[in-house]
Design a protein around this ligand. Structure first.
Ligand code: A2P
Length: 276
């Protein structure tokens, strides 16, 4: 079995394929439909979307049309960051599962601890309230694993202290140069699995000369170095592409980066992402 189809195990025993296919910024309609069709055709089993991406219906249609057995797939979606009360969260969950045309989700996450327009706002009570919806549908078997995204240790502590079921996953922005050591250490101690979104720094890491030099040594692309680096960190990268050649390239990760090169990649610092 290829590395990207192998699985990690969450603390509740659920298996999660090592590489997920990301769909952030993939437009609803033919773009999202075609890219997920291509990902599934090329062997990806793990697809990551969110209600806020606006593309769940297209993702769901691609999943349905693939005719792949549901139990072979791992599908994640997220509760919008702006929703911080129980009733609206329940409506949003039902909308997502309906959009996707699924009977159950493999993973459902709170998208962020605060609304995107109010980053850092104290939403402790709101996060506890919406997490109770995740717990309800987890217990009903409608969600196989529950978790959070963009949560700092203090945000996760709030959930652990005030809810019943510890999150199984924290999905964070993580790539070469991005220091997430504090959150990763906290999650490791608490047995919370890390997923890495924007593993290529939304593409901006690919022009980094140091990464290019390492990629030449291994006869692979810079994207493959970025993804393999994350696998060797024990996390699940979620690369996004709408091009088949890149979708395939991002799944070819059956090589090993030597420890000395991992250490060198660790010395790269800074977030190259630019927002238009
Ligand atoms: P595209 O979708 O046009 O292929 P991230 O996963 O960090 O969010 O990065 C996604 C960005 O990187 C997208 O702009 C995507 O472009 C680009 N990308 C994804 N895979 C590759 C690759 N193998 N080579 C070059 N660019 C890539």
């Amino acid at each position: 079995m290829k590395e990207y189809q192998k699985t990690y195990e969450l603390y509740n025993g659920v298996k999660i394929p090592k590489v997920g296919f990301g769909t952030w910024q993939v437009k609803s309609g033919s773009e999202a439909y075609n890219s997920v069709v291509l990902a599934l055709k090329n062997g990806y089993k793990h697809i990551d979307t969110a209600l806020a991406y606006g593309n769940e219906k297209s993702v769901g249609k691609a999943i349905k049309d693939s005719k792949l057995p549901r139990e072979d797939l791992f599908i994640t979606t997220k509760l919008p960051a702006e929703i911080k009360n129980y009733d609206e969260a329940e409506i949003a969950f039902l909308e997502s599962i309906n959009n996707l045309g699924l009977d159950y989700l493999d993973l459902y996450l709170i998208h962020a601890p605060w609304p995107w327009s109010e980053m850092g706002k104290d939403c402790r009570q709101g996060n506890v309230d919406v997490y109770k919806v995740l717990e309800k549908y987890y217990k009903l078997g409608k969600i196989k694993a529950i978790g959070v995204s963009n949560f700092a240790p203090k945000d996760i502590e709030n959930i652990i202290e005030n809810c019943e079921i510890k999150p199984m996953v924290n999905q964070i922005g993580y790539f070469i140069g991005m220091d997430q050591s504090e959150t990763i250490e906290f999650c490791k101690v608490n047995n919370i699995f890390i997923e890495a979104y924007s593993p290529l720094g939304i593409g901006y890491l690919l022009s980094n000369e140091d990464i290019k030099n390492v990629s030449v040594k291994y006869g692979v692309s810079s994207a493959q170095i970025c993804l393999r680096y994350l696998l060797q960190k024990g996390v699940a990268p979620l690369p996004k592409s709408v091009h088949e050649n890149r979708i395939i390239e991002n799944s070819q990760l059956d090589f090993v980066i030597l420890e000395e090169d991992m250490k060198f990649l660790d010395t790269i610092k800074g977030d190259p992402r630019r927002w238009n």
